[in-house]
Write a protein that binds this ligand. Structure first.
Ligand SMILES: Nc1c(NC[C@H](O)[C@H](O)[C@H](O)COP(=O)(O)O)[nH]c(=O)[nH]c1=O
Ligand SMILES: [Mg+2]
Length: 226
């Protein structure tokens, strides 16, 4: 009984809604579309025709590791410079314009925030470069939960883990299929276009995106240093 009372006390103090963020092309630029074809010196069409059809998705789901990915990245099993590819990815990761100050303000306003992303273990390279964990938790990464958006069970896994009503979750993603799947799961889905419109949309929902500290002190130096 005492345990139950303390759980409900904790939950009653939990700030809602919980914000769930897609990462690639929502918070962080995805280097895949421009940098990777350039790295392999082939147009995207040729890259897509020569790549293994499922290897990347298997890597994102944690079904294969980096060594196995290297062996089957290309359909014909050709060798390539994995470290070079990873360096190219690292260089191409940076915050989408306006996102870091927005995350900073949301964090200052005590919102609970999680990544809900399709990505392999290379999310650690993003973390190393951009320190996304200053703002949110890498709680729902496809390589650790073994499920990818827009599969319905990935959203159920998130809801089960968080233990809140779907309507208490705001999900933000640049891919409309992922947003629609979130809405089907009962979450509030926001289709990400850019940081300005996201800030407006969150504010219109009553989510505080302003930074009171910065307003009074004018001190904004800690943001955008990554
Ligand atoms: N096929 C490869 C990709 N594709 C890009 C992925 O779609 C994307 O990085 C990822 O699935 C994130 O999706 P979401 O933002 O969670 O919807 N990227 C690579 O780096 N390499 C590939 O072979
Ligand atoms: Mg995305």
């Amino acid at each position: 009984m005492a345990a139950r009372a303390s759980v409900s006390k904790v939950q009653s103090h939990r700030k809602l809604p919980i914000l769930l963020f897609d990462v690639m092309d929502t918070l962080v630029r995805d280097p895949f579309y421009q940098d990777i074809p350039a790295f392999f010196r082939m147009p995207m069409k040729e890259l897509l025709e020569t790549k293994h059809p499922t290897a990347w998705v298997e890597f994102e789901k944690g079904l294969i590791n980096e060594t196995e990915l290297t062996k089957k990245f290309f359909k014909d099993g050709r060798h390539f410079d994995l470290e070079g590819l990873k360096d190219c990815m690292r260089k191409g990761y940076y915050y989408i314009d306006g996102i870091e100050p927005l995350l900073h303000n949301l964090k200052q306003n005590s919102y609970e925030m999680h990544a809900f992303t399709n990505y392999p273990t290379w999310y650690l390279m993003i973390e190393e470069k951009l320190r996304l964990s200053d703002y949110l938790s890498w709680t729902f990464c496809s390589c650790t939960i073994g499920k990818r958006k827009p599969e319905a069970d990935s959203y159920q896994e998130v809801l089960h883990h968080l233990g809140v009503e779907p309507s208490s979750c705001v999900f933000i993603d640049d891919r409309i299929a992922n947003v629609e799947a979130a809405r089907n799961a009962g979450m509030v889905g926001i289709h990400f276009k850019n940081a300005v419109s996201l800030r407006e949309r969150l504010s219109s929902m009553g989510i505080n995106t302003s930074c009171e500290t910065n307003r009074t002190t004018g001190d904004d130096e800690s943001i955008g240093s990554h």
